[in-house]
Ligand binder design. Structure first.
Ligand SMILES: Nc1nc2c(ncn2[C@@H]2O[C@H](COP(=O)(O)OP(=O)(O)O)[C@@H](O)[C@H]2O)c(=O)[nH]1
Ligand SMILES: [Mg+2]
Length: 316
């Protein structure tokens, strides 16, 4: 099948073809680039909501309830679940599958679990490609669930139009985590399992820290929402918060700012990957790299001269 036909089928909503493409994107198969090129003109419409937080805070439960609410409004919904901490067949991903299973017969919902491989840029690159496929499939809203582990949170902010940070009361290190920089990246803070003791205190603490911190550059004042996802409590307020931030983000000037920021990062990622591939190709992969290292060890060339020499020859 030609790349154009792949793209046409996906745009027409062929779930089987889309799944196949997503699997190969995740496996970094080079051929997918031709399909992604064909799909590109059909993208740019989906609104991406990132849902980040520690394992077990209730992200998947929230996603499950949100799917239901967005569907009730008539939105086509895509879901991408990334959990690098659990093997593909085990733990959280299996749980997510079972919980979200009830939506599997709904043609308006497409759920994809990803086991990100590799560490460097693993999240950002294949994830944005997969989100783009969902976009081309006509999904109005895409929920991106990721386990919060340092850099991933920052990556999500660059991909998602709205970033939700999910926390629960009673974890001593929560406020610590907030201090570590989460405060600047959350558009909405969700205190889930709010039936537990300490929810109000946590809300006050977050509010205080937001007030103490510098005002955000974009002018958005983060919202705090308390939910009890398993009972569907607070979801109406959560939806209102998402809508409010979406309205904010969809103002023409904001839209452009977001696009500029996210495309810049994506373009740099692709350029970096491309150059690495070319350099390794030029050197003859690992073996050539080892030879270059040997030259440096033997004192034939110094490190700086050698790397300049390789770059000059690859880029000229
Ligand atoms: N008590 C309580 N449990 C919840 C709530 N939301 C989710 N859970 C439970 O917390 C556990 C982890 O939820 P899950 O959605 O898989 O968390 P994730 O790892 O963040 O995706 C599950 O057993 C859920 O049923 C809540 O609001 N209150
Ligand atoms: Mg989960």
């Amino acid at each position: 099948m030609e790349p154009k036909e792949w793209a046409e089928r996906i745009v027409a909503g062929d779930v089987r073809v889309a799944s196949r493409l997503m699997r190969d994107i995740d496996d970094r198969m080079p051929w997918v680039l031709d399909v992604l090129k064909e799909l590109y003109p059909y993208t740019g419409k989906a609104y991406v909501v990132g849902i980040t937080g520690a394992p077990g805070v209730g992200k998947s439960t929230l996603v499950d309830v949100l799917i239901e609410r967005f569907r009730a409004r008539g939105d086509q919904v895509g879901v991408v679940v990334i959990d690098p901490t659990s093997p593909f067949t085990g733990g959280a991903i299996l749980g997510d599958r079972i919980r979200m299973q009830r939506h599997s017969t709904d043609g308006g919902v497409f759920i994809r679990s990803l086991a990100t491989r590799g560490s460097m840029g693993g999240l950002s690159r294949s994830t944005s490609d997969i989100l783009r496929v969902m976009d081309a499939m006509g999904k109005d809203i895409v929920l991106l669930e990721t386990v919060g582990v340092g850099q991933d949170e920052v990556d999500v902010v660059n991909i998602a139009h709205t970033s939700m940070i999910v926390m629960i009361p009673g974890l001593g290190d929560d406020i610590q985590a907030i201090k570590a920089g989460i405060l600047e990246i959350g558009d909405i803070f969700v205190i889930n399992k709010c039936e537990r003791e300490g929810a109000e205190r946590m809300e006050r603490e977050i509010m205080m820290m937001l007030e103490l911190g510098a005002q955000r550059e974009d002018g958005w004042v983060p919202k705090i929402v308390k939910t009890e996802a398993i009972k569907g409590k607070g979801i109406k307020e959560l939806l209102e918060a998402i809508d409010a931030h979406r309205n904010f983000q969809e103002a023409p000037d904001r839209k452009r700012v977001f696009l500029q920021k996210s495309l810049k990062i994506e373009l740099m990622t692709h350029l970096r990957d491309g150059i690495t591939t070319r350099i390794l190709g030029f050197l003859g992969n690992e073996e050539g790299l080892n030879r270059a290292v040997e030259e440096i060890i033997s004192g034939e060339k110094d490190l700086y001269t050698k790397s300049e020499e390789i770059l000059d020859r690859v880029l000229c």
